[in-house]
Design a protein around this ligand. Structure first.
Ligand SMILES: [Zn+2]
Length: 408
């Protein structure tokens, strides 16, 4: 009897793909680059509208500004607001659903508006990463709340404005929310074949400023301390130290320094990203960075300053998470989709949540591709499919067909 009831509820969504794609398009057309305060604020009102029919309390949470070491020194960048939506009813099972609404596309990026490129493809900024996932999250909750077992789960949704810049402001909120829930669902896009995400690499970002001493390159080069040479050495030595550890990936992504070539440059600036596989890698990374900076600071005339801008630990898959992933695979089978789970090199807020020890399923968002590029797209038939997947899981969990792993 319940099987039929599940499917009747799920079928109520059929035929809504057109409506859902138009809604997604209207969301993605609003620029929400991580530093675009106006766009982020505008988007909050769209979210309030989207969540308003749910029996929940909404609250916007201001985040502290991000401080970043830049060539000019420490600068501060305002962040958008997080939106917390908490179901008003207390229930024995508590679930956190989370996703970000910022995108990598700044207000002056070339890609600003969506375009339908064929019947099943909507191209546009953030359509997959992660506004498509946000739509899945909201609609799955609506469908679940329409079911007769809705009073058995109390959920909270946390929608964040800074994931694409390392969740620098929202990390404490995410941690708090993770600790008070039994399970976390993260709506980052699915892997290209539709798989959910198991493990993710850790990711940390650093900014470094090296000051040397200016001098005439020909007349008194010995007086100079070449900050760019020091930076180059620093980078090479860092890479050499990581070479024996294939799980650690270094990417220097931004450099700045110098001016006229006949002047020994007294300033060099660089930012780098480190990806890691094992929770212990971060300890090694930090000790390498510390050793190299201490070494450089000991040389007369050099001064190096390094700041860690953000850090997410690797996401490992624990026993509890495997069980939940398997339940999603069975739910997928019931609605006729073959779901697997795989691993990703990218980090997400699931890394933060999972570190608390809560079973965490990620990649529940839409299928698509071209993430972070000019060609980002969503396959629009996946919107409905993914809403059904999450809603079915929630209904089964509430009804007792799925049990949460004990002692997570
Ligand atoms: Zn994302």
């Amino acid at each position: 009897m319940d099987e039929t009831f599940y499917s009747t509820l799920l079928r109520s969504l059929d035929g809504q793909t057109g409506y859902l794609s138009r809604l997604l398009k209207s969301w993605a057309d609003v620029n929400t680059g991580s530093y675009n305060s106006n766009g982020l604020n505008r988007f909050i009102s769209l979210m309030r509208e989207a969540f308003k029919t749910l029996p929940a309390k909404m609250e916007t949470v201001s985040l502290p500004a991000q401080t970043m070491l830049r060539p000019e020194g420490k600068l501060s960048f305002p962040l958008g607001k997080a939106l917390s939506v908490k179901k008003s009813v207390e229930a024995p099972i508590r679930i956190l659903l989370t996703i970000h609404y910022d995108t990598v596309y700044s207000a002056d990026h070339a890609l600003q508006r969506c375009q339908e490129t064929d019947q099943n493809t909507l191209k546009g900024p953030g359509v997959a990463d992660a506004k498509g996932g946000l739509l899945v999250l909201v609609e799955a909750l609506k469908l679940f709340e329409a079911s007769p077992w809705s009073d058995r789960i109390s959920w909270e949704a946390l929608i964040t404005p800074d994931e694409e810049i390392g969740s620098v402001g929202s990390t404490p909120l995410i941690l708090e929310a993770a600790r008070r829930n039994d399970l976390a669902l993260v709506y980052e896009p699915a892997l290209p074949d539709g798989s959910l995400v198991g493990t993710r690499k850790g990711s940390s970002v650093y900014s470094a400023l090296i000051r040397g001493r200016a001098a005439h390159a020909g007349r008194n080069p010995e007086f100079g301390r070449n900050a760019i040479h020091a930076m180059a050495n620093f980078i090479v030595q860092m890479q050499d130290s990581f070479n024996p550890h294939p799980g650690i990936i270094l990417n220097v992504g931004e450099t700045f320094g110098g001016g006229a070539v006949n002047v020994v440059p007294d300033l060099a600036y660089f930012r780098f990203n480190i990806r890691s596989q094992n929770p212990d890698d971060q300890i090694l990374v930090n000790s390498v960075i510390e050793k190299l900076s201490d070494g450089l600071n000991e040389i007369d005339g050099f001064k190096v300053e390094i700041s860690q801008d953000s850090s997410k630990p690797p996401k490992v898959v624990d026993h509890g998470t495997v069980k939940i992933l398997d339940h999603f695979v069975s739910c997928g089978r019931e609605i006729g989709i073959d779901i697997k789970w795989g691993n990703s090199g990218g980090a997400s807020d699931a890394n933060i949540v999972a570190a608390v020890g809560v079973p965490t399923v990620d990649g529940l968002g839409v299928r698509g591709g071209g993430l972070h590029s000019q060609d980002e797209y969503v396959l629009t038939d996946s919107i409905l499919e993914r809403i059904k997947l999450s809603a079915l899981f929630l209904m089964k969990l509430a009804h007792g067909d799925i049990k949460l792993p004990a002692n997570h």
